[in-house]
Design a protein around this ligand. Sequence first.
Ligand SMILES: [Zn+2]
Length: 247
Amino acid sequence: MPPSLTFHGDLPDLLHRRWRGRQRLIKADTRRASVKDVIESFGLPHTEVGRLEVQGRQVDFSLVVGEDLAIEIFPVLPPWNVFDPTLLRPRPLTNIKFIVDVNVGKLARFLRMAGFDTLYDHRWKDDKLVALSCREQRILLTRDLSLLQRKQVEFGRYIRALCPNEQLLEVIGLLGLERHVVPFSRCMVCNTPLQPIAKEKIKHRLQPLTRKYYNSFSRCPGCRRIYWPGSHLDGMRQLLPAGPAAE
Ligand SMILES: [Zn+2]
């Protein structure tokens, strides 16, 4: 019997167009290859795989796919704990940090607004994104499935949602970060952690109404922008239209 692969959850939707939506596939050719290479030959990046099983036993990406093997492929499920080593990802992360591809560029601003360390530059090409993700142990967020097939990418995610606000909620939900959201802590424009600053020192830079109604301010040491709770809340309102902040 030729080897078979069964894709669980939403993984069939991420297969190459030719096989998209099909839950079970047969490996027709007899070439010896690792399960990682076989899965990626059908278009699914290794980053989306949370668990591999053969006859109820967990296996890693190096398993050589041979005759009679029935491989079950499960997605990464929330809450995804990236701090624990697993069979598929033996080198866990020590921090939550992101790098964002240009095809989900607006997500960078929203992640920073929620307080998460996020690198983004629309000029960066794929090689640069992969190198930074690897060197700085950042989770690579993209809607480019082929980028996530690069073998150097250990932690990455194909972003399912299309709207930036839904994308933010998707990332927070996936990694279980709900309690780690700290608005008013990071510059939305340059990613630098903000520092509190006395109102007296920046009073001359404020609009009259801001000067009147706000007393607590932060400054970005990187680009010197001034933030106050309202400045982030305005962004949050756009982000979470159904939230109480929008009332
Ligand atoms: Zn800044």
